[in-house]
Design a protein around this ligand. Structure first.
Ligand code: CP3
Length: 344
């Protein structure tokens, strides 16, 4: 049997509806799992964990040992790209990522020439994962989409309004475009290498697609994602790609149509009726449970899960959260969620 016939999640991304939705969970490897916290202690820094194939394979596999998930997602981070380009990146416990913020001169100093070499340990993790995974599990690779990665590179840390990066894009259009070009090209190289190493599907995490006007959304979100899809498909024909423009709201249909992604991640604030009314029924969707519903669990969660499955029962659907799982999530609730999706 071909990989597509065996891997339900991959088949769904390619447009083939399954008898029940395949399921994975955004950020499924992480701090809500005690075994992750244990491995994390052995690793030194968070980036050491990302760059040590043996440990990265271990944490990628941990959620699959507990739950009947249909996919593994490579363990890494969207900020390995700035690190590979020579920007200083560190992760502080309780504070999240901290980067040396880029200015116009800093953009000129970024060095793309050795980025892929720097990312070799991550590609080795992908190779080991494909060899270790059962045939029916889809292996998902990923990178951050350029705008989202640029928000961290320009501001130096996460922010709720992306003010620094939005202002920089308007005030320094040439430098900003240069940064986006570097990120587009590096992402194409990196994702092509992930496919060559054994990834079945990749997801472009555009986690900060909110707070942008129509023009900026086109320039900063749609166009870079479109260029990655186009560039990647030149290297890997028909590469299966999931787009996840979190917060795209009224720009969702335009994003899907212009970028040409195979499937679309739907965040939890997007009404399901809106998807039905605005996105072609052949377009596979993934989502959209609020991660807080999974924290609280119980009847409220179960009702919502059933509604999601029902709402998208007439199109290819991958069950997932509408954003990443949070550290407070009880493991028993995840078990219940998977059981519900798989057995009703
Ligand atoms: O199972 C998986 O999905 C693990 C792989 C993964 C991580 N980060 C590991 C991680 C993936 C796919 C990501 C994506 C990521 N990283 C995104 C996009 C998804 C989203 O949630 O919006 C973003 C914006 C980042 C940047 C990032 N990395 C932040 C803001 C933080 C700190 C906040 C947090 O969740 O801790 C990280 C750190 C990080 N990345 C951790 C993990 C498991 C926790 C760090 C630790 O264990 O010390």
């Amino acid at each position: 049997m071909s990989p597509v016939a065996q891997r339900k999640l991959l088949a769904t991304v390619l447009g083939d509806r399954q008898d029940r939705p395949p399921v994975w969970i955004m950020r499924q490897a992480g701090r809500y799992l005690p075994e992750y916290r244990e491995t994390r202690k052995q690793a030194g820094t968070f980036l050491d964990l990302c760059y040590t194939p043996e440990l990265a394979v271990e944490v990628t596999m941990q959620p699959l040992r507990r739950f009947d998930l249909d996919a593994a997602i490579l363990f890494s981070d969207i900020l390995v790209i700035p690190d590979a380009l020579g920007q200083s990146v560190r992760f502080e416990v309780g504070e999240g990522p901290i980067l040396e913020p880029l200015d116009v001169a800093g953009i000129d100093r970024l060095d793309r020439s050795r980025a892929l070499e720097h990312l070799q340990p991550v590609l080795e993790t992908v190779r080991r994962l494909r060899a270790a995974l059962p045939m029916d599990k889809t292996l998902i690779g990923f990178c951050g989409a350029p705008w989202t990665v640029a928000t961290y590179m320009l501001n130096g840390r996460g922010s709720s309004d992306q003010w620094t990066a939005r202002r920089f894009a308007l005030e320094h259009p040439e430098a900003f475009d240069k940064l986006i070009d570097i990120l587009v090209e590096t992402s194409i190289d990196y994702l092509a290498a992930q496919f060559e190493a054994g990834a079945d599907v990749v997801q472009l995490f555009e986690s900060w697609a909110l707070n942008l006007d129509e023009t900026s959304f086109g320039r900063q979100v749609i166009e870079p994602n479109r260029r990655i899809v186009e560039g990647l498909r030149k290297r890997i024909p028909n590469a299966p790609i999931i787009g996840f423009p979190r917060g795209a709201a009224g720009n969702l249909e335009r994003f899907a149509r212009i970028t040409g992604v195979n499937a679309l991640g739907i965040d939890y604030s997007t009404p399901r009726d809106f998807v039905t009314a605005n996105l072609p029924r052949t377009l596979p969707v993934q989502g959209n449970l609020d991660p807080l519903r999974l924290v609280v669990g119980g009847e409220g969660m179960e009702k919502e899960v059933r509604q999601i499955i029902e709402a998208w029962s007439d199109r290819p659907h991958i069950f997932n959260l509408g954003h990443g799982i949070v550290p407070d999530t009880p493991i028993a609730h995840v078990e219940r969620l998977i059981e519900l999706v798989k057995r009703g």
